[in-house]
Design a protein around this ligand. Structure first.
Ligand code: BGC
Length: 693
């Protein structure tokens, strides 16, 4: 039985609690008193609210009262290390998104945490963003669908989730100051939907403001985003917390919708929402009712967490959680390329495997920034291959090094020599959380570092029986070798069981079923955010989202730019056939109306597998400039050989809408549309015409 938090309770009558508080007591609740705790009110039995990162594990304990992020070196703060959010999203498995949240919720509760700082749901705008691995997709529909399930999973354990970072925190470069500038339609159609759904469908209890500014005002106290949209329009009833040290002004924080100021500076009483706020209230610059509102919002969440009936919860079973990490990892891996069906490897013909690459032996959990995890264990790709390749000789060669003092040419030559004698070579390369996929910095380009292009080219020249497996949380330029290497796998930062999952995929013990939730461009300049310095990384403190709504596949599709691998792409060891598309009606005529869409998928290959089908809406002869296709539904189904299943999806009027700036509201165009079903955004199998009247 879970013990923590049982002792913490709070009176249910929030109104009378607030009435009983002095201004000083109220203010103590709405700013940090430790690195990951708000203040409480001892006199009224209100304990500090305890929050914790993060999106794919429960962060290790840190020394709570110093500015620096230093681990407390405890031996009771290990956590499940789940595949990071981009990997989770690549499963397209909504049930996993729920289970993901549930796993984290249970572990958070067991560690005495009350608010889990996740899910991250910023839209992936550029391949360079250092935190792409913490987010889900370039597509708002997919992001919101998975984020809502994640939130339910967390909150069903009586732990508050925190949707972050609102809004437009799409780059780490100048993240503390940059102002994101975009038109209203882009904001509403691309960058807000996941947050909106988190509030309206997810019932999320807390939201974190982004570090950056939006249209010239800091997101943590941005009147338009927090007051007008989040609280007034969407009716958000939870609380808004700042990102750590993301607050910059007392009056604005008092009035513009921020409810809890968090940070790391120990001078807690001088926080913007501490003594200076008391002064501002006394000077009538911020009203008492604003303060009461903030306090009530936080108390309501405390009450949710502390009065939750824990007897309904599953007993914490870490084995089950570790096993869940394996399940997600198996489904997240994307088979990008598999010429001549070189994969899966045939165990009997493979007597020796050469594993090459620093990422074959590297562990990633503890790095990356706030999402760091002290994993109970982490199986590297090399260990996974050693575990699963029974009866095969496994040889390892570094091939390249992250340390530039090492002799790159020598390492490469060693790998080439060994490759000549191996039946199969598996190069495990990519990025890491020290230099690339991490908080606070963006990458400078999209290239694989440490001479990996040279290495891959040299190895494939002596042994074409080779597989490249990329461990990274963002796309890389593969131009130099993509046409020469027969098989390429994207393996993400795949959690504590990532190595075992990769080995199972290589051997065909698991049939790959992940698909890309972001487009992999051929080169950086093809990416929609990279048309000018204004557009990325920004000039003079402002970044202009010049591509507007044409983010990700919306751009590649509309502007006919061929990517390396498109949105929704992912191969399998079996094949699927799509047939028999039917719609329940061909005309949508009212707001409550919906169209049921059914079609069949058949596994026409020789092995069991899972297929992710995608429903896109295309508008025909639209008067408004729109994306060619927009994702509005998806399904994942597992099928044995020759098995056939009917897929059911449904679309409603909102799926046909766009945001009309002149009217400042969501509108639909009457006319013709097509519902298309694809196995990726490029591979369309079925389509049917419908009308909106
Ligand atoms: C990150 C947040 C995180 C917070 C607390 C910040 O640097 O942007 O995502 O939750 O730190 O660790």
């Amino acid at each position: 039985m879970i013990e923590n938090n049982k002792t913490k309770t709070i009176g249910l009558n929030i109104e009378s609690l607030v009435l009983n508080m002095t201004l000083e007591e109220k203010v103590s609740i709405i700013h940090a008193s430790l690195k990951f705790e708000s203040g409480g009110v001892k006199r009224l039995g209100i304990d500090n609210l305890v929050v914790s990162d993060g999106p794919h594990g429960i962060r290790p304990e840190l020394i709570p009262d110093i500015i620096e992020f230093v681990q407390a070196n405890r031996d009771d703060d290990f956590s499940v290390y789940l595949p990071t959010e981009l990997a989770l999203a690549s499963t397209w498995n909504s049930e996993y998104a729920y289970e993901f949240g549930k796993t984290l919720g249970l572990e958070a509760r067991n560690r005495g945490k009350e608010v889990l700082l996740g899910p991250g749901m910023n839209i992936i705008r550029t391949p360079l963003n250092g935190r792409n691995f913490e987010y889900m997709s370039e597509d708002p529909f997919l992001t919101k669908s998975l984020a809502v399930r994640y939130i339910h999973g967390v909150q069903d354990q009586g732990i508050a989730a925190c949707a972050k970072h609102l809004v437009a925190n799409n780059q780490e470069c100048e993240r503390f100051t940059i102002s994101a500038e975009m038109d209203e339609r882009t904001l509403q159609e691309i960058y807000l939907p996941a947050f909106k759904a988190s509030v309206i469908k997810g019932g999320v209890k807390s939201i974190m403001g982004a570090y950056n500014q939006f249209r010239g005002q800091y997101c943590c106290h941005n009147d338009y985003i927090l007051n007008r949209i989040l609280k007034e329009k969407w009716g958000f009833e939870g609380f808004v917390m700042s990102d750590w040290n993301g607050t910059h002004d007392t009056i604005e924080s008092g009035n513009n919708g921020l409810d809890l100021e968090m940070g790391t500076e120990q001078d807690w009483n001088n926080y913007y929402m501490a003594n200076p706020l008391i002064e501002a209230v006394e000077n009538k610059e911020v009203s008492m009712s604003k303060i009461d509102d903030k306090v009530s919002r936080i108390l309501k969440v405390m009450s949710f967490v502390r009065n939750f009936d824990v007897s309904t919860l599953e007993t914490l079973d870490t084995k089950k959680h570790d096993n869940f990490a394996l399940k997600v990892a198996r489904e997240s891996i994307v088979l990008l390329k598999n010429d001549n069906q070189i994969l899966p490897l045939k165990p009997f013909s493979v007597k020796s495997v050469l594993v090459v690459g620093a990422n074959a032996t590297r562990k990633h959990a503890i790095e990356g920034g706030s999402s760091q995890v002290k994993a109970r264990y982490e199986v590297t790709p090399l260990e996974g291959i050693q575990n699963r390749f029974e009866g095969t000789e496994v040889i390892y060669c570094a091939g390249y090094s992250e340390d530039e003092n090492d002799d790159a040419a020598l390492l490469r030559q060693e790998a080439v020599n060994a490759a000549k004698h191996a039946d199969v070579v598996i190069v495990v390369g990519g990025l890491n959380h020290t230099a690339h996929d991490r908080e606070y910095i963006d990458r400078v380009d999209m290239n694989l570092p440490y001479g990996q292009d040279d290495l891959i080219e040299a190895v494939v020249e002596v042994n074409s029986n080779m597989v490249v497996a990329i461990v990274a949380g963002t796309p890389n330029n593969m131009n130099r070798w993509i046409d020469k290497t027969p098989a390429v796998i994207q393996s993400w930062y795949n959690g504590m069981e990532g190595g075992n999952a990769l080995a199972e995929i290589l051997l065909g013990k698991v049939n790959p079923s992940g698909k890309l939730t972001i487009t992999f461009p051929k080169e950086l300049k093809d990416s929609p955010a990279h048309t000018s310095a204004k557009s990325y990384p920004g000039v003079d403190g402002q970044v202009f989202y010049e591509e507007g709504i044409f983010v990700g596949y919306r751009h590649y599709d509309f502007n006919e730019v061929k990517p390396q691998f498109c949105f929704g792409h992912g191969l399998s060891y079996t094949s699927f056939e799509y047939s028999n598309l039917k719609v329940s009606k061909s005309k949508l005529s009212s707001e409550s109306d919906s169209i049921n869409v059914t079609f069949n998928i058949e596994n026409t290959g020789g092995v069991a597998g899972a297929e992710i089908s995608q429903l896109y809406i295309m508008s025909i002869n639209s008067r408004v400039k729109k994306a060619v296709k927009e994702l509005k539904g998806f399904s994942k189904v597992s099928l044995g050989p020759n098995e056939i299943e009917e897929i059911n999806l449904s679309v409603g009027l909102e799926d046909f809408q766009h945001f009309d700036e002149s009217k400042n509201e969501w509108m639909h165009e009457t006319g013709s549309y097509e519902i298309v079903i694809g196995s990726s955004v490029e591979k369309v199998h079925l389509s049917v015409a419908v009308e909106v009247s």
